[in-house]
Design a protein around this ligand. Structure first.
Ligand SMILES: Nc1ncnc2c1ncn2[C@@H]1O[C@H](COP(=O)(O)OP(=O)(O)OP(=O)(O)O)[C@@H](O)[C@H]1O
Ligand SMILES: [Mg+2]
Length: 235
């Protein structure tokens, strides 16, 4: 693990003056109005705030799934606005990891293959992909569940497999939208512990939107969206 303090590491993701307005039949809604963010390797950042405040919009923008109307989104020093469609796809695939509230595991594949398959699609040899998958399963406390299919795993176990899958290709930034939204409190704590231990060890920057304020004790910083801008949350 790097001994450089997090605050002195070069940001792996930067958002600068990001604006996003949704235009619908009812009019326009300015969701992001100049949001600024810097994420550094190994840093855990929480994003809290009321429903509709723009958390998912911010995560989609940071994850290059949506483009801002104005402002800079930079991943590993590259301005997303300068990327071709293919470069955006590759950046998403190689540098970003995503975890959602519902995990979207492939039901016909067992746990280890759900994690290894995307790596193999990326050209990693089967043996290396499976070794990486097993290592992540171990880190998530699922060493003995490798051959279980999703239907043979509990909800918390499935979500841990999904997190392992999102970390498999060594992303630099993990973007998680309510990753434990459908889990009970004990499972939630266990899942978060595994996620954060692994992210910390592998120096992944993590941006997590959550309604669960108890999880903020795991974070280095907690932000909220106030009038479309990111600010330190009052907890
Ligand atoms: N594609 C869209 N078109 C129009 N309006 C949208 C669109 N996506 C989101 N919105 C609106 O933008 C606002 C912010 O939505 P967003 O999903 O970012 O909120 P959120 O903070 O993630 O909420 P939650 O906690 O409920 O997940 C909401 O008022 C929503 O209705
Ligand atoms: Mg949301």
């Amino acid at each position: 693990m790097s001994t450089t303090p997090i605050s002195q590491r070069k940001p792996i993701m930067r958002l600068n003056n990001v604006r996003r307005t949704y235009v619908t039949g009812e009019g326009s809604l300015e969701v992001l109005r100049g949001a600024n963010l810097e994420l550094r390797p190994g840093e855990m950042v929480g994003l809290v705030g009321p429903s509709g405040s723009g958390k998912s919009t911010l995560l989609h923008t940071a994850g290059l799934l949506e483009s801002p109307d104005e402002g800079l989104v930079e991943v590993d020093g590259v301005d997303a606005a300068t990327m071709s469609e293919r470069e955006r796809t590759l950046t998403r695939r190689k540098k970003l990891g995503f975890v959602y509230q519902f995990h979207h595991l492939l039901p016909e594949l067992n746990a280890i293959d759900n994690i290894a398959a995307p790596l193999m699609i990326d050209g990693v040899k089967r043996s290396a992909a499976r070794a990486r998958a097993q290592k992540l399963l171990n880190a998530m406390g699922l060493s003995d569940r490798a051959t279980h299919q999703p239907g043979q795993l509990s909800g918390g176990e499935q979500q841990r497999v999904a997190i392992a899958r999102s970390l498999a290709n060594h992303p630099r930034v993990l973007i998680a939208d309510e990753p434990t939204g459908n889990l009970d409190p004990t499972t939630t704590t266990a899942v978060f512990q595994s996620l954060f231990d692994t992210a910390r060890t592998e120096q992944v920057a993590v941006l997590v939107a959550t309604h669960n304020l108890e999880l903020t004790s795991y974070m280095d910083r907690v932000l909220t969206l106030k009038d479309g801008q990111l600010a330190k949350a009052d907890l």
